[in-house]
Design a binder for this molecule. Structure first.
Ligand code: SAM
Length: 288
């Protein structure tokens, strides 16, 4: 499990899908004033440098955020995609060079209001201190943030239910270990029993492997058993025979009001910009 470093994948098409949806959920949830507990069970390093040796070796961001960012003045973009790109642009120090890419901890942090809380878990012995350092460098006085060297699958329950009874939980394992599929479902089972009204955002890769193919049906079954509304989104940018991850999905349990409608405008645009050789596809399915 410690072979996985998100630095190789930062800003790829899967990050674009996940982070666009994460930001959209945050925007929609902030329409209500009640404080939110923001939880990231698999936080990664928090902020990435797209010029470092990880990113330049894999070049995955070239098929993701770099391509989308180059289109930031295009009239094709929706306001919501523009907002995501503006958050990224605000992090850059050099004009026209996309160097810094925000991970989910940064995106959660930048949306925090004074009474919101942020809880981050990361288990990697090298990425954990990097995450700690990155968060320490941006944390403002009196912001309630905890960064823990912890197993996000086991530790999530410690935060549920949250005192304000409102929480957004991102579950974003790497799935390099196929046990992650099972652990994600088990973690969700326990989480929704403790706190069924939380907003749970689950990222997953779409791969030619049984665990991956069965995964959406497993989450759907869980949602149906607990009578929870859900939204399923997927984005494919290339044929599955091409090199590298070609598609991924984000499942949202208890999706915020208007999330589906917003993504119905956004995802076709993202697909049309990121697709390679016309092989892009997107999916939006839901149940209320
Ligand atoms: N959420 C991050 C983002 O969007 O910027 C990316 C996270 S990356 C896909 C998965 C992270 O989970 C890796 O940094 C990995 O070291 C970490 N990890 C793996 N197993 C874990 C576990 N059981 N608990 C917490 N973190 C874990």
């Amino acid at each position: 499990m410690f072979s996985y470093r998100h630095g190789f994948h930062a800003g790829n098409h899967a990050d674009v899908l996940k982070h666009l949806i994460l930001l959209t959920c945050l925007e929609l949830l902030h329409k209500k004033e009640t404080p939110l507990m923001l939880i990231d069970t698999h936080a990664g390093a928090g902020i990435y440098n797209l010029q470092d040796r990880f990113a330049t070796t894999s070049q995955e961001s070239e098929e993701g955020i770099i391509k989308l960012f180059q289109m930031r003045s295009s009239s094709l973009l929706t306001d919501n995609i523009r907002h995501y790109l503006a958050v990224i642009e605000s992090l850059q120090t050099q004009n026209n060079l996309l160097q810094i890419y925000p991970g989910s901890p940064y995106l959660l942090w930048q949306s925090m209001r004074s009474l919101d809380k942020l809880r981050l878990m990361e288990l990697h012995p090298t990425d954990f201190p990097v995450l700690q350092g990155n968060m320490a460098s941006i944390q403002r006085k009196r912001q309630d943030i905890k960064v823990e060297l912890a197993n996000g699958f086991n530790h999530l329950k410690a935060f549920l239910p949250p005192p304000s009874r409102r929480a957004l939980v991102l579950i974003d394992p790497s799935y390099e270990d196929k046990g992650d599929y099972f652990q994600t479902i088990q973690t969700l089972q326990e989480a929704v029993k403790r706190f069924s009204t939380g907003i749970y955002i689950i990222w997953y890769p779409i791969l030619n492997r049984l665990e991956s193919q069965e995964f959406p049906d497993r989450i759907k079954k869980l949602c149906n058993e607990h009578q929870l509304p859900w939204l399923r989104t997927e984005l494919r940018i290339k044929n599955h025979q091409e090199l590298g991850l070609s598609a991924s999905g984000v499942w949202v349990i208890n999706p915020p009001w208007k999330l589906k409608e917003t993504l119905e405008f956004d995802l076709p645009v993202v697909k049309s910009i990121l697709e390679i050789n016309g092989m892009g596809q997107h999916l939006i399915a839901h149940h209320e």
